[in-house]
Design a protein around this ligand. Structure first.
Ligand SMILES: [Zn+2]
Length: 133
């Protein structure tokens, strides 16, 4: 992938993870990854319409997954797509936790382990420091 393309993705995302919303400045030691929404493994292209910025944790847990099981309904559901889905419609913050508002949101929160202890702790520290999530 061209450096210029990666730069465009980072700027478009305003240097925030497009899944959990974490800002790059709050995880300075691990550079956020420009990831394929539809993984290359599944034929996804390295085009801006298929790229998103993801923090280390979201990127690792998402892997090549395109879908998961909605923990409420036990139904197969696709994952959140930062290019075509609206974050505010899919997720909300409940204190330091991220809650899915839709089946897509719930599935993505669960699969990407957005509410693991360490991630909730980091968000709580940011909130305590007066930061906006
Ligand atoms: Zn993230």
């Amino acid at each position: 992938m061209k450096a210029e393309t990666k730069h465009l993705v980072r700027e478009r995302a305003n240097y925030r993870c497009e899944y959990c919303g974490l800002r790059q400045q709050h995880e300075p030691l691990v550079k956020f990854h420009v990831e394929h929404i539809i993984a290359q493994f599944h034929g996804g292209l390295s085009e801006l319409s298929n790229l998103a910025l993801a923090c280390f944790n979201c990127n690792v847990y998402k892997g090549t997954n395109l879908a998961g099981i909605d923990p409420d309904s036990n139904q197969l559901e696709r994952l959140f797509n930062p290019r075509t889905d609206d974050w505010q419609e899919s997720f909300e913050h409940l204190g330091a936790r991220i809650v899915g508002k839709t089946a897509i949101g719930r599935t993505t929160v669960w699969l990407l382990e957005m509410n693991s202890d360490e991630r909730v702790e980091l968000r709580q520290e940011l909130l305590d420091a007066g930061e906006q999530l």
